[in-house]
Design a protein around this ligand. Structure first.
Ligand SMILES: O=P(O)(O)OC[C@H]1O[C@H](OP(=O)(O)OP(=O)(O)O)[C@H](O)[C@@H]1O
Ligand SMILES: Nc1nc2[nH]cnc2c(=O)[nH]1
Length: 190
């Protein structure tokens, strides 16, 4: 299951950002090379999990964009990208994002009241990004039907789930200076 993803994670190099061991991977960084085979494997798996009962895909710049694009093309559903820059459009919603290594503002546009939303992203770590984004989408009148994240490291996914959201992750990993260890793969018995 998810063999291409697992193999690519085993090869992921680590750099230190502040004190944070940061893994570098095609899905989370777009470097060194994002192969169609990997995107295809992940998108098909996400589509299996998500079903078709949603109106819009929402993801976050930068590395949610390739995932949302492939899903949108495969499913025919529209997508909106939460951006790190302000547009000043009517109805734009701003929120504060904090991750293990960065802080900043995010801007939501294009999500309509009453829509069922599938949220996708490349990585969840502290969960800081989704903890801010999901309630903001609900405040805009949207319903979050599912949150699917490719790579989970740390406790963020469990904390989002404790907040009452349906969260699925494709792989759970641990990261240290020596590399990535795969702890759990969706659909596989441990
Ligand atoms: O669970 P958290 O600790 O919030 O971390 C997860 C976030 O970190 C990454 O984005 P990042 O802000 O690095 O932006 P990028 O996609 O532009 O690299 C990732 O795409 C998530 O959005
Ligand atoms: N690429 C990458 N993205 C992240 N987002 C949160 N943690 C990480 C990480 O270690 N690597």
């Amino acid at each position: 299951m998810l063999e291409v993803l697992q193999e690519s994670l085993r090869k992921a190099p680590i750099v230190i950002r502040g004190e944070y061991p940061y893994f570098i991977h095609p899905i989370s960084d777009g470097v060194p090379s994002l192969e169609p085979e990997l995107l295809d494997e992940i998108a098909d798996h996400m589509i299996d999990i998500a079903g078709s009962d949603y109106d819009r895909i929402v993801s976050i710049e930068a590395m949610g964009i390739p995932l949302a694009t492939v899903l949108s093309m495969k499913t025919g559903k529209p997508m909106s990208i939460v951006r790190k820059r302000q547009y000043g459009l009517e109805g734009e919603v701003v929120l504060s994002q904090s991750t293990g290594y960065s802080k900043g503002e995010l801007y939501i546009n294009g999500v309509n009241k009453g829509e069922n939303i599938l949220v996708v992203d490349d990585v969840i770590s502290t969960g800081g990004t989704l903890k801010a984004l999901l309630p903001a989408l609900e405040k805009m009148g949207a319903e979050i039907c599912n949150v699917i994240v490719v790579i989970s490291r740390g406790d963020g996914a469990a904390e989002i789930s404790d907040m009452g959201y349906k969260v699925e992750t494709l792989v759970k990993i641990d990261v240290d200076m020596n590399g990535v260890s795969i702890l759990e793969v969706a659909g596989e018995q441990q």
